[in-house]
Design a protein around this ligand. Structure first.
Ligand SMILES: O=P(O)(O)OC[C@@H](O)[C@@H](O)c1c[nH]c2ccccc12
Length: 264
């Protein structure tokens, strides 16, 4: 359990010559009672780690698809407490690691010490807190470390090299390489320089580097994964799940597995 489990899950995929695939889903979209089934579907389809979003009223980093999913989940009465309880119920039957994506406000209101302890009890292995910058993270680091929960740091294409070095050094579980400027959501094209940026992060980080934001097609998965250890897909997964298009999800996941297996 905990931070080693995230790194190990990614490394075992890489050892087989594949790339990691991390789907993001919004907890409570479609009803919280569906969550165990959704996690088990993603695990069976070959996802490496599940990123589970907690709905929040003011999701500053999110684009329209995830904002709407958050509104639906909040309308269903989804709370952080109920999500942790539901995740706890999947602990015995799942081997796939879970990382929570949540804004700091929610954690702060819940109580950081209580949050870290409950994550550990529920079998949550890591957290992504997009509005907690390096300068403020001491607010959360002691409690998370005590309970062995990975704090996954984000790198942005606008960050200067010294900051990229710092996030690469501090990150746990994996390094989240944000590939675009702006909010989450599908994009048809990447800016020039993404390959170089990902390779720079790879050279700075001893932890796996995963690219996210704007990935929505199997081609994008394959192209980006050539320059790092895997990809994270949010909006496209959330949309496909809401529309019941499960084949689109399995197709995206298999795109990350199409590298030739290593023959050792
Ligand atoms: O939706 P996209 O563009 O595929 O991006 C991934 C993203 O959704 C997921 O990782 C995420 C959802 N909300 C976030 C907020 C910040 C950082 C990351 C996220």
């Amino acid at each position: 359990m905990g931070k080693e489990r995230v790194v190990e899950a990614i490394r075992s995929v890489l050892d087989r010559g594949n790339k990691a695939f991390v789907p993001y889903i919004m907890a409570g979209d479609g009803g919280l009672e569906k969550l165990p089934e959704q996690i088990s579907f993603l695990e069976k389809s070959g996802a490496t780690v599940v990123e589970l979003g907690i709905p929040f009223s003011d999701p500053v980093a999110d684009g329209p698809v995830i904002q709407e999913a958050g509104i639906r989940a909040l309308a269903n009465g989804t709370t952080l407490e109920a999500v942790l309880e539901t995740v706890k119920g999947t602990k015995e039957t799942r081997t796939i690691p879970i990382v929570l994506m949540t804004y700091f406000n929610l954690i702060f209101a819940y109580g950081i010490e209580r949050f870290a302890a409950d994550c550990a009890t529920s079998g949550v292995d890591g957290v992504i807190i997009p509005d907690l910058p390096l300068e403020e993270e001491e607010l959360a680091v002691p409690a998370l470390s005590e309970h062995n929960i990975a704090l996954i740091r984000l790198a942005a294409p606008t960050s200067p090299r010294s900051r990229l070095e710092e996030v690469a050094k501090r990150t746990e579980g994996f390094l989240y390489a944000v590939t675009v400027k702006g909010t989450t959501g599908a994009r048809s094209e990447y800016e020039e320089g993404v390959a170089g940026y990902l390779e720079e992060l790879k050279s700075l980080s001893s932890t796996p580097v995963l690219a996210g934001f704007g990935v929505s097609s199997p081609e994008q998965v394959k192209t980006l994964a050539q320059h790092c250890d895997g990809v994270i897909v949010g909006s496209k997964i959330v949309q496909s799940l809401a529309e019941g298009k499960l084949d689109d999800i399995t197709e995206l996941i298999s795109a990350a597995k199409q590298a030739e297996p290593k023959t050792v």
